[in-house]
Design a protein around this ligand. Structure first.
Ligand code: PEP
Length: 246
């Protein structure tokens, strides 16, 4: 269960939320829990979560290792700040900051090279869904965002994919479990076609888009939904913890 805090929470608010999650009884044999705070909160998260099983992710990064890239952050910087994972290609980055699948591929390569686990996000807009282009869009995003791995014919099994229909993010409109499952199964078949059966079975595919305590159970009952990327509902201790106990 991955919490994407986006550009939210002051240090005091973050401290309260992290302490709340940390003191809860979570069965880490059943669920992996990850928080993705803003960059300025990573150090606090690293200090407070030290010695726990809760993982930390960056929300974005640059593909280079260092240099004149004002405003950017490198894979190594994320690692030094305690991150094991990094979210890449979130639809807000694609739509608002003009990130493309080509740069997502560069970032995914750099993350893998640096020993960070990328959480690669893909998803169609409402217009694309209404025009019945969902599967084409998802296929193209996967082909381009994981281009290097496709060429090599090898995708590290730790890589995580997140299907986030853009029309369901922050809108309160969750994809029905059946609609989400249909796309997750498509993604799994794409993995099998492009890599191998084992990769298709092993890679975790998260669903994201208005996940809440009252819809997580149904979503997690779907055979190809392995977890969730949660925005709004991850900002409150009670709702996030209740999602982790689906
Ligand atoms: C997200 O930011 O990845 C997300 C799914 O947001 P929300 O849960 O608020 O829809």
């Amino acid at each position: 269960m991955a919490a994407n805090w986006k550009m939210n929470l002051s240090l005091d608010e973050a401290r309260d939320l992290l302490n709340g999650i940390k003191s809860a009884k979570i069965d880490f044999n059943k669920v992996e829990v990850l928080v993705a705070p803003p960059f300025t909160t990573l150090q606090l998260a690293n200090e407070l979560l030290a010695g726990t099983d809760i993982l930390i992710a960056g929300q974005n990064m640059h593909w280079g290792s260092k240099g004149a890239f004002t405003g950017e952050i490198s894979p190594l910087m994320l690692k030094e700040a305690g991150c094991s994972h990094v979210i890449l290609g979130h639809s807000e980055r694609r739509a608002l900051f003009f990130e493309t699948s080509e740069t997502v591929n560069q970032k995914a390569d750099a993350a893998i090279e640096a020993g960070l686990i990328p959480i690669v996000c893909i998803g169609e807009t409402l217009k694309e869904r209404e025009e019945k282009k969902t599967f084409d869009v998802i296929r193209t995003q996967l082909n381009k965002s994981l281009k290097t791995s496709c060429k090599l014919g090898n995708l590290p099994q730790s890589v995580i994919l997140a299907y986030e229909p853009v029309w369901a993010i922050g809108t309160g409109k969750t994809a029905t479990p059946e609609v989400a499952q249909e796309v997750h199964l498509f993604i799994r078949r794409w993995l099998i076609e492009n890599f191998d059966h084992n990769t298709g079975e092993t890679i975790r595919i998260l669903y994201g888009g208005s996940v809440k305590p009252d819809n997580i159970k149904e979503l997690m009952l779907q055979p190809d939904i392995d977890g969730a990327l949660i925005g709004g509902a991850s900002l409150k201790t009670d709702s996030f913890l209740s999602i982790t106990k689906f």
